[in-house]
Write a protein that binds this ligand. Structure first.
Ligand code: PHB
Length: 364
């Protein structure tokens, strides 16, 4: 019997031919001048067009949303034109592609910010975390708290970014609310110390998320919008006193918005799948009536089993997709896989990016 992993799934009027998703992956290969996607990026995504769905690398919605060198943006006309080359290339190969909307919040450095200003965050709580700037790794800078009056402008930035994504030809968008970036900083009480309507209770901490989802689903049909959370990850110095309560509330917001899917990083991003005591992914998943996309350390066997059992609807693969442009075909045929090369993950050129061979090239 054919594994369900290789069967279609619909997100509203969009049909994914299989459930093998390319996870969002930061690759730091946009044009340094203006953080613009270019031909090399189009080739990389086009090579992976047989994915059921491609989710792009995290893409900053504004200059202030940037936290690392050479990550692409979606706020300038040059960036929209650059992304259009990417979506055209993927569509010409029969693929589907969502843009991941990103604001890094406190995970940034003054050298990456307009006029060298402080990064923004829900509260002035600095992260013990590093970023990558022009001169190499650096400690992130001290953030300042967003003023209440600035929040409508932030929501407007998300709206414009979603409109730009639509202009650039994306089939949908994923709101990045994971891994310790801005929305996640609002969700969790280790970083959100606000005393206004955006801090305190879980209802208040999920308010920014709800407003972002509300505005983005006015641009795209709700089923073409997904959201990514990492409820139990400590990456980027994150903590929460009650992650089950926080993320039950966050997932309820996604459900109320009628989104196409919720995407969870199960465990520690790119690392352990172990969960802390009391953590219950199935219970979180049960609060969402749309599709469930799982990520973190899935291999062929785990993915087939998780989808066949009905536990999971879609599986997002990061490292494996990075190293295997034809991952869907290889998983389907159960053939050997290329090994990812960690040294070329972040930054550089075509090497370790567009030169991973397809199976027929390995065999040749
Ligand atoms: C990173 O650049 O290290 C990075 C970016 C986005 C993520 C996670 C990690 O969601």
């Amino acid at each position: 019997m054919q594994a369900k992993l290789f069967t279609p799934l619909s997100l509203g009027d969009l049909t994914l031919p299989n459930r093998v998703v390319m996870a969002p992956l930061t690759r730091n290969r946009a044009k340094p001048d203006g953080d613009v996607p270019h031909a090399l990026n189009a080739t990389y995504y086009e090579q992976r067009a047989s994915a059921g769905l491609i989710i792009t690398e995290a893409t900053q919605i504004t200059p202030e949303g940037k936290g690392y060198i050479q990550t692409p943006g979606i706020y300038s006309t040059e960036q929209v034109a650059g992304w259009r080359k990417v979506t055209d290339a993927v569509h010409a190969k029969g693929g589907r592609i969502f843009l991941q909307l990103w604001h890094v919040g406190r995970i940034s450095h003054v050298s990456l910010q307009p006029d060298g200003k402080q990064p923004v965050a829900p509260s002035p709580v600095a992260a013990e975390a590093q970023t990558f700037i022009a001169t190499g790794f650096a400690e992130v800078s001290e953030p300042r708290a967003l003023e209440l009056e600035e929040i409508p402008g932030l929501i407007e930035d998300y709206r414009k970014a979603a409109e730009n994504a639509r202009t650039a030809g994306f089939d949908g968008v994923e709101v990045h609310a994971a891994n310790g970036y801005l929305i996640d900083q609002f969700l969790r009480d280790g970083t959100n110390k606000r005393t206004d309507a955006y801090g305190g209770s879980a209802e208040n901490r999920t308010r920014l998320l709800a407003e972002v989802l509300e505005t983005v689903t006015k641009v795209y049909p709700a089923k073409r919008v997904g959201v990514r959370f990492s409820p139990f990850s400590k990456f980027n110095d994150m903590s929460d006193s009650d992650p089950m309560e926080t993320f039950t509330a966050a997932i309820a917001r996604a459900n109320d918005a009628g989104l196409g899917y919720v995407h969870l990083v199960e465990g520690e991003m790119g690392q352990s799948r172990d969960l802390p005591p009391g953590a219950d992914i199935a219970k979180l998943r049960a609060g969402f009536s749309g599709a469930y996309m799982a990520n973190n350390g899935y291999d062929r066997e785990r993915a087939i089993e998780a989808v066949d059992s009905g536990e999971v609807d879609l599986v997002a693969f990061g490292r494996l997709f990075l190293a295997n442009p034809d991952l869907v075909e290889r998983l389907e045929k159960d053939t050997p896989l290329n090994e990812p090369d960690q040294d070329t993950f972040y930054g550089g050129d075509a090497h370790g990016y567009t030169d991973y061979p397809r199976l027929e090239e390995v065999a040749a």
